[in-house]
Design a protein around this ligand. Structure first.
Ligand SMILES: *Cc1c(COP(=O)(O)O)cnc(C)c1O
Length: 295
């Protein structure tokens, strides 16, 4: 089986003055460096799905996402490396105005089908999936966000890069698949940060779907909702880069790091904490704010 040309992730400590020396250490696990498009957590969630597709003799992969989905681009590019055809079912019609994300998907030969928001809601519906299977000649189907058991088990592989000395693991949450994979496989306290209004519902979802007891997903730092941002968030990202030399993405990791800093300043973490923040990538999604970023 093929693979993607991946760079090994590494741990980078943040500058002490960023967290005012209030805990022992804050560091980031740089999964963003794994690959520019198949980046961050997305590759871990895809790995076992792609292996499963190939082992079961599928020649194509079909998945779902919005017009700005990191998961869609990652799937398009990964499929290309493995010689699989990729089909993306996209929520909403962007055919007259492609997003940079969809442009990239198309450049990596993904076949795009636009569906209405209404139809997209059936993304988990057996019957619709059967129809899509017939229409696209029996593709291997990956749910939105790679949220299946192969996704969770692949995401658990991230823990191999988490040394025992860390007391807390922090990770951004969208579908909760990466959170579930990590929380399931480490003894450390795992805190999730959902950049969505009302994202705390994910606690129950992660419990029901993946059996994680005491999931801890916070939704205080959504900055207006999924995909939204404020001037303050943009200047936070620029300052963060200036101090720590790490680029954050505007949708997920910037909001998480903002939250973590607030928690540190308010004394949420004990002084002897060593906090490992997972950089889940997603930098391709910065293209719509790139003129306001210093990196
Ligand atoms: C997709 C994504 C997430 C969310 O991952 P889930 O496994 O769906 O919870 C977090 N961070 C970034 C940068 C992402 O692209």
């Amino acid at each position: 089986m093929g693979t993607i040309p991946e760079r090994k992730p590494f741990i980078q400590s943040l500058k002490k003055h960023w967290y005012d020396g209030r805990v022992q250490e804050v560091a980031m696990l740089r999964l963003d460096v794994v690959h520019p498009e198949v980046s961050g957590n997305k590759w871990y969630k895809l790995k076992k799905n792609i292996a499963e597709a190939i082992n079961n003799n599928h020649t194509s992969i079909l998945t779902f996402g919005g017009g700005y989905s990191n998961h869609l681009v990652a799937t398009a590019k990964a499929a290309q490396y493995f010689g699989l055809k990729a089909i993306g079912i996209v929520r909403g019609d962007y055919s007259r105005q492609l997003t940079p994300t969809l442009e990239a998907c198309i450049a990596y030969d993904m076949q795009i089908e636009y569906v209405s928001y209404e139809e997209y809601k059936n993304k988990g519906d057996e019957e619709w999936l059967r129809e899509l299977s017939v229409k696209y000649d029996n593709p291997y189907i990956i749910p939105e966000g790679g949220a299946n058991k192969e996704g969770v088990s692949g995401a658990a592989g991230i823990c191999k890069y988490v040394p025992d000395v860390y007391t807390h693991i922090c990770v951004s949450v969208g579908s909760g698949t990466t959170y579930a994979g990590i929380a399931r496989s480490t003894p450390q306290q795992t805190i999730g940060y959902a950049p969505i209004r009302g994202g705390a519902y994910l606690n129950e979802e992660i419990h029901k779907k993946w059996g994680i007891e005491h999931a801890e997903v916070l939704d205080n730092w959504h900055f207006g909702g999924f995909g939204k941002h404020t001037d303050e968030l943009i200047s936070f990202m620029n300052d963060f880069h200036l101090i720590n030399n790490i680029p954050l993405d505007v949708v997920y990791t910037s909001k998480m790091m903002y939250g973590i800093r607030e928690q540190i300043m308010s004394g949420y973490f004990p002084e002897d904490s060593r906090i490992l923040c997972v950089h889940t990538g997603g930098l391709q999604g910065n293209s719509n704010v790139s003129d306001r970023l210093v990196y």
